[in-house]
Write a protein that binds this ligand. Structure first.
Ligand code: GDP
Ligand code: IMO
Ligand code: MG
Length: 448
């Protein structure tokens, strides 16, 4: 296998659900620390181990490898969901070695109500939000109206903030949106204080801890005898911590560079790791996760969408139903305009191709190489979303392989047509694949 360098950030290159959970699980074997740095429990990362499914929405996907786990300030937590996930592993006598940054914001019940009310208000233009309160939690964070983990674990501070914020939130839900708001201050304070008591032992400064772990590497790099030190296969000097940053969502769900407003509420591109963890800018390698076709949950333009039996077949074979919401995912051909744009935004050093097995039964496979916009060929997403809605995809058609590949262990075992598909993508993007997935299990991985 070719070398993969750390520190490494894993980023979805499409609209989410690319298979980041499995990638992080595999890479975590080599890492010391796994840091989840953005999003909330609207993310759903599924790892499959010996036939058993582990759906994670807040715990970093390094948990199954027993690694040191971190939730940094860029994440928002629903404490009940996080506690459920922790409990799930503790009950199975598995280690949960977790640190949560005190600056992390807490999703409150009124955030969920506001999410649902806003979707109703938007009507046909609804985002397709999971209504888990994520957008509103980030809104309060940015507007300095939020409750952080440091408040959650301090009953006085929690009570003071709930008392200050709740009346306004109730007015907003009832008077602005005309929706019911059965929210009671004492009940909320009691419930969330209990969560705080349970989570207190995990709270620590993630920013400082990760920066220090990265500094130990920097010191070695600047040491005069650096060149003489032994290096392991991951390109790190002995003694430094290998840090893996787990991104949630996907590039086109990014709140700015995604397909606005049909996005989530945070940055999802690799550079966001610096402020979202609280570390200084430095060289961090990045891996883009590319599903062999495209899916999207929720609304918004989707140029390569297949609204036909091929789309249905991909959905069925790929089990493309939301991890969190169970909603059927919209399916379409691989769109290299999206992935190329994602590669530019996040500077991918490596790629992983996932779910190649799902295409096995198709006779012909199309790949979108560019769009036509105003009679011109474009190779990257336009900046304006009105233009994006007008883009027409242009395809190259490749032959399918019509053979089960789910037991393939090496590239050379794959049918020629499947290898051609991989090579075609690699050539278009000029970035090397490090893994190709041919099934959900750890072993169903071709290492390159
Ligand atoms: P994430 O949000 O990017 O972590 O992806 P999800 O977990 O939401 O969705 C990916 C789904 O595909 C999960 O159920 C995985 O178990 C599954 N999966 C991952 N890689 C493969 C693969 O190569 N083939 C198949 N058939 N399933 C895969
Ligand atoms: P992972 O990490 C797929 C989508 C939602 C919705 C929009 C806004 O599993 O890849 P929100 O709840 O943030 O208000 O929803 O963003 N969305 C995702 N779709 N995978 C995800 O995460 C997603 N996270 C958010 O479906 O359209
Ligand atoms: Mg997912």
């Amino acid at each position: 296998m070719n070398k993969i360098k750390f520190p490494l950030v894993v980023v979805g290159s499409q609209w989410g659900d690319e298979g980041k959970g499995k990638v992080v699980d595999i890479l975590a074997k080599e890492a010391d620390y796994v840091v989840r740095f953005n999003g909330g429990n609207n993310a759903g990362h599924t790892i499959v181990l010996n036939g058993e499914k582990f759906p994670l929405s807040l715990l970093p996907s390094g948990v199954l490898q027993g690694k040191k786990l971190f939730i940094s300030q860029g994440v928002v937590i629903d404490p009940a969901v996080l506690l459920r996930e922790i409990d799930f592993f503790l009950k199975r006598k598995m280690k949960v070695d977790l640190m949560i940054d005190p600056r992390v914001h807490v999703v409150m019940p009124y955030h969920k109500m506001l999410d649902a009310a806003t979707e109703l208000w938007k009507g046909k233009k609804a985002t397709g939000s999971l209504k888990l309160g994520i957008g509103y939690c980030y809104e309060d964070k940015n507007n300095r109206f939020g409750i952080r983990v440091e408040d959650l674990i301090d009953p006085d501070s929690l009570a003071e903030k709930v008392k200050m914020y709740l009346p306004l939130k109730k007015l907003q839900i009832t008077k602005v949106f005309g929706q019911p708001a059965d929210l009671y201050e004492t009940q909320i304070v009691k419930e969330y204080a209990r969560y705080g008591t349970l989570l207190k032992k995990y709270v620590g400064d993630v920013s400082e801890t990760i920066q220090n772990a990265l500094n130990s590497h920097a010191e070695l790099v600047s040491a005069s005898d650096f060149r003489n030190r032994s290096r392991n296969k991951f390109g790190m000097t002995k003694g430094s911590k290998k840090i893996l940053f787990e991104g949630a969502h996907g590039t086109f769900l990014d709140a700015v560079f995604g397909t606005y407003p049909y996005t989530t509420a945070v940055y999802t591109i690799s550079g966001s790791v610096f402020p979202y963890v609280g570390i200084a800018p430095q060289r961090i390698y990045s891996m883009g996760i590319v599903k062999a076709y495209t899916t999207r949950v929720g609304n918004g333009p989707f140029p390569t969408e297949l609204l036909n039996s091929t789309g249905d077949e991909i959905r069925k074979n790929g089990n493309e139903f939301g991890t969190v919401s169970k909603r059927p995912r919209r399916c379409g051909w691989l769109d290299l305009v999206l992935v190329r744009t994602a590669a530019r935004l996040s500077g991918f050093d490596y790629l992983t191709l996932t779910k190649l097995d799902v295409l096995s039964k198709l006779k012909k496979i199309k790949v979108c190489t560019h769009y036509i916009l105003y009679n011109k060929k474009i190779r990257e997403l336009p900046a304006g979303m009105k233009d994006f809605a007008k883009c027409k995809p242009v395809y190259v058609e490749l032959r399918g392989w019509n053979r089960d590949i789910s037991a393939s262990k090496e590239l050379k075992n794959l049918p020629q047509e499947a290898r051609k598909y991989i090579k075609f993508i690699e050539k278009e993007l000029q970035i090397p694949f490090r893994f190709v997935f041919v099934g959900p299990e750890r072993e169903q991985t071709i290492k390159i």
